[in-house]
Design a protein around this ligand. Structure first.
Ligand code: AMP
Length: 190
């Protein structure tokens, strides 16, 4: 079973992915984690991606599509994957469709975690207000930028999957357990 978890930064995609990895033996494919590993390894891709990631902008579609394509060739992904933080643009969604069909794979569900973005921002702003870390204000600005980037570049993939009849929306503002059980019901029916 291959699924996509969609939602703005802070919606809980990582937490829910961890639960699915442990509960269903799926492999998490987080392009953010893979890019951070490239940055840490100071690879060519990592060196180019770092400044973009630090601003909260998106790295180029080609880079992430290549990373995902290579990763899907690894044997462990045959058990099924959770795409976490990918696709993030309509071009990536289209490329993923092509990639999956060329590899003989399918997409079983696209799950959107819908959250109140104002609540996400105020949570971060409050945390920054309580913090003595000078970087906290920068973090608020970066988060705001990440939300703008999500709205402008990533949210258009929601109608893309809705039109294909693949989209399921879960209220992401509930507790971790409530959200997990809503996701479980969708996957059990898929
Ligand atoms: P994440 O951990 O998913 O929030 O990703 C951290 C950062 O990595 C993002 O803010 C982007 O700069 C970059 N990134 C991760 N996934 C993608 C993607 N699918 N397309 C473009 N940039 C990405």
């Amino acid at each position: 079973m291959n699924i996509i978890l969609l939602g703005p930064p802070g919606a809980g995609k990582g937490t829910q992915s961890d639960l699915l990895v442990n509960g269903r033996g799926l492999v998490q494919l987080s392009t953010g984690d893979m890019l951070r590993a490239a940055v840490a390894a100071k690879s060519e891709v990592g060196i180019r991606a770092k400044a973009i990631m630090d601003r909260g902008d998106l790295v180029s579609d080609d880079v992430v599509i290549d990373i995902i394509s290579d990763r899907l060739d690894d044997d462990d992904t045959k058990a099924g994957v959770i795409f976490d933080g990918f696709p993030r643009t309509v071009a990536q969604a289209e490329a993923l469709d092509k990639l999956l069909s060329s590899k003989g794979l399918s997409l079983d569900a696209v799950i959107e975690l819908s959250v109140d973005e104002d609540a996400l921002v105020s949570r971060i702003v409050n945390r920054a207000g309580e913090s003595s870390d000078a970087r906290a204000d920068d973090n608020v600005e970066i988060l705001r930028n990440r939300l703008v980037v999500y709205k402008e570049q990533t949210a258009p993939i929601i109608p893309y999957y809705r039109e294909k009849g693949a989209l399921k929306t879960v209220d992401g503002m509930g507790s971790v357990e409530v959200v997990a059980s809503a996701i479980a019901s969708i996957l059990d029916a898929a």
